[in-house]
Design a protein around this ligand. Structure first.
Ligand SMILES: Cc1cc2nc3c(=O)[nH]c(=O)nc-3n(C[C@H](O)[C@H](O)[C@H](O)COP(=O)(O)OP(=O)(O)OC[C@H]3O[C@@H](n4cnc5c(N)ncnc54)[C@H](O)[C@@H]3O)c2cc1C
Length: 427
């Protein structure tokens, strides 16, 4: 994953500022880049659709948790307002909507400017803009997450694996029923997101050489690779190979978005279904900065309206009867910790903001693979292996994007069940 940021080449990032003349009219990107973004993605510069002053329910964020919540509330008859800090990005089979990995620009990163810390690898500075990938530093942990309508579903790698019962129960200790998840929720999500393993014709194609090499190597090491579910739209991936679409998934684009909709992201399923009820509206460029509870029981939210560069255009207050925070582990924790420490929300206990850590992922890249890697590596993951000989772990076949020559690199994403996560007071 991190090799996508090996942007030794070029430096498009000139962080110049220009003045603001009105909502969504300008960005703080360098003028030349602002012009580029405006012509490449004019949709970003459309007027903001302001949220209603009062809503029955507000959902903050529009990633996985928020999208499911918004849809199910709306289907149950509730009028729902979704507030999302990021932009509403379009997709197009031919246009390049998002930044590319090799030579990124402001469309890559959320409100940064300069370089983004990507696990210690050298990066190219970019201008400050409202890009879709939020990279933020917190002591010894750097956090990567999505910042767009659809949240992480635009930037994630699309591997969708239901956890095994033994790991699930170890974490949730019976608080959430695994039987119910297995019988009801996992199959439902699998069907709604059209999750499927990589089809054989895709697996056998040139851009997936690295997947076959990976499988071959793990077999030689005594493991049996299992095909895993993904959220990829295989027809779009096939279209890329057939020249019907600009190459994206097959050249290792993923972390900074797939302009052609190669990922079946939340805009095309849960959020679309929520909108289709006629009871849910989704408001991009609305960043919630504070939440409080009024004496009458309503929630009151302070909301910044942002321009395409994620700079604040104006601030307003919206209220709701019921509030659902789906702003991801960073966004929701930030709001709750602020609310607790300022006393803006009553009844928040000492566990808010605690027990937070990495998700057990470890990215590995092996060099000197004797079989090579197939030059450019497609981003969808084909398979994984499991190993219980120590701390239980899985290793997934991963891509090393953006390498223009065969660097004989083979990537894996490890996931480990870390026993220290089970210490008292943590989970
Ligand atoms: C590069 C990468 C690859 C990944 N690959 C995989 C994978 O293959 N498989 C897998 O299962 N998981 C993967 N993940 C993890 C997965 O993306 C996350 O677990 C998932 O997106 C979390 O969902 P969420 O609903 O909690 O939050 P998110 O999807 O992060 O959504 C939160 C939303 O809230 C918005 N928001 C935040 N703060 C505010 C605010 N104050 N006001 C308004 N809006 C706000 C954000 O912009 C965002 O849209 C990956 C993550 C990354 C970064």
């Amino acid at each position: 994953m991190q090799w996508s940021r090996r942007q030794f080449l070029g430096a498009m990032g000139v962080a110049g500022l220009i003045g603001s003349t009105g909502p969504k009219a300008v960005s703080r990107a360098a003028p030349i880049l602002d012009g580029l973004y405006r012509s490449a993605v004019p949709e970003l510069y459309a007027p903001i659709d302001p949220a209603p002053a009062h809503s029955e329910a507000v959902v903050v964020g529009s990633g996985f948790g928020a999208a499911v919540t918004a849809r199910r509330l709306a289907e149950a008859g509730v009028r729902v307002t979704v507030l999302e800090r990021g932009s509403q990005w379009p997709t197009d089979p031919r246009r390049q909507i998002f930044a590319n990995d090799f030579l990124p620009d402001g469309r890559a990163f959320w409100r940064r400017g300069g370089t983004a810390p990507l696990t210690g690898l050298p990066t190219v500075p970019t201008d400050r803009f409202g890009g879709i990938f939020d990279v933020s530093e917190h002591g010894t942990i750097d956090v990567w997450s999505g910042a767009a309508v659809g949240g992480g579903s635009l930037v994630f790698t699309g591997v969708m694996i239901a956890p095994e019962r033994r790991f699930f129960d170890q974490l949730f200790t019976g608080l959430v029923s695994y039987d119910e998840m297995q019988a009801l929720h996992y199959p439902l999500v699998r069907s709604e997101l059209r999750l499927a393993p990589m089809p054989e014709d895709v697996y056998q194609s040139l851009p997936f050489t690295h997947s076959r090499v990976w499988d071959h190597q793990v077999r030689r090491a005594g493991y049996t690779p299992q095909r895993i579910d993904g959220i990829w739209d295989w027809d779009v991936v096939r279209g890329e190979m057939a020249g019907r679409s600009r190459p994206s998934a097959i050249i290792g684009e993923s972390n900074l978005g797939n302009s052609n909709g190669a990922k079946f992201d939340l805009n095309r399923n849960y959020l679309a279904a929520a909108r289709a009820t006629g009871r849910c509206t989704i408001h991009a460029s609305h960043e919630v900065t504070a939440v409080t509870r009024e004496a009458d029981g309503r929630y009151s939210l302070t909301v910044d309206l942002l321009d395409p560069s994620a700079e604040v255009l104006s601030t307003r207050t919206v209220t709701c009867d019921d509030l659902f925070l789906g702003a991801g582990s960073m966004g929701t924790s930030r709001l709750l910790v602020h609310a607790r420490d300022t006393g803006l929300l009553p009844d928040l206990n000492e566990h808010v903001g605690e027990g937070w850590g990495t998700n057990g992922d470890a990215a590995l890249v092996r060099g000197m693979s004797p079989e090579g890697n197939g030059i450019v590596q497609a981003s969808p993951s084909a398979s994984r292996i499991s190993d219980d000989s120590g701390a239980p772990l899985t290793l997934e076949n991963w891509f090393v994007p953006g390498s223009p020559v065969d660097l004989t690199l083979i990537g894996s994403l490890g996931m480990v069940m870390d026993p220290t996560m089970r210490a008292p007071g943590r989970w």
